[in-house]
Design a protein around this ligand. Structure first.
Ligand code: ADP
Ligand code: MG
Length: 247
């Protein structure tokens, strides 16, 4: 099956909100958290993290998660290997969970990654950490023959993990492609996306997305073109730059 349509976990309906009534989280209460279990996140996510062996947060996670969990836009820079993936995977899962996102709600999150390989790796992290949630997620990456199969099913997915070219192809070609309810956009490894030459593609994508959304932009380096992309895609972002060595 060319489309990894992968219910992160299906069975019980989306449960009640335990940690964050009304989805309101105060930044200041959680600013000092060093461990994942201290964060205002669902039991489902905590269990996924624990089963993945994740306990202590890395510096980029410590610095960005309390803001991202409050719904803030993030411009985050930290070296390769510093743990940026969980800095956006957790807020994505929590946002959809708090919104009680269900199968009929369609695309709630788009995650853009520069290459097929990186998209595949982050999809695996999403599946592992999100396995106790009910969301469906799909890997939409260029180069495979399965674009037609993807087109039939893309509107059933809650979380799209895509390379830029393939996402724009779906936006242009897929009948009824609907991202009008998008809650969170993630631009991962943004410097590499731009280095590869996807600036125009990204601009075309972002200009078609609903403005009312949270955007999380992560990059290994803060280049001029990353700043330009940030200006285009982020709203009043929290700027986070950390220098921790790789974990
Ligand atoms: P980046 O995107 O910044 O290059 P990744 O998110 O790919 O980094 O993480 C790099 C490695 O660190 C991965 O193997 C990941 O499993 C591991 N990692 C991430 N966060 C933690 C953590 N809090 N505790 C332990 N290992 C972690
Ligand atoms: Mg990464």
């Amino acid at each position: 099956n060319p489309l990894s349509l992968d219910p992160l976990k299906s069975k019980s309906p989306i449960g009640r909100i335990v940690d964050a009534p009304n989805g309101v989280v105060s930044f200041s209460r959680y600013a000092g958290a060093r461990k994942f279990h201290e964060l205002p996140i669902s039991k489902r996510t905590k269990n996924g993290l624990e089963e993945g062996g994740f306990k202590k947060m890395t510096d980029i996670q410590v610095a960005s998660l309390p803001h991202a969990l409050c719904g803030r836009d993030i411009l985050g820079a930290a070296k390769t290997g510093s743990g940026k993936t969980l800095a956006f995977v957790i807020p994505v899962l929590e946002k959809l969970y708090r919104e009680r996102w269900g199968p009929e709600d369609g695309v709630g999150t788009i995650i853009i990654s520069p290459t097929r390989e990186l998209a595949g790796q982050l999809f695996d992290v999403l599946k592992a950490v999100g396995k106790h949630h009910n969301f469906s997620a799909g890997l939409l990456i260029g180069g495979r023959k399965g674009v037609d199969t993807e087109k039939e099913r893309v509107n059933e997915l809650n979380i799209l993990v895509c390379t830029p070219g393939r996402l724009l192809q779906h936006m242009d070609e897929t009948p009824n492609f609907d991202c009008s309810q998008l809650q969170v956009l993630v631009l991962d490894e943004a410097d590499r996306i731009l280095d590869i030459g996807f600036k125009k593609t990204l601009n075309a994508i972002v200009s078609q997305l609903p403005k009312h959304r949270q955007t999380l932009l992560f990059s290994a380096t803060q280049t001029k073109s990353v700043q330009d992309l940030a200006r285009l895609s982020l709203k009043d972002p929290e700027y986070i730059s950390v220098h921790q060595e790789a974990v």
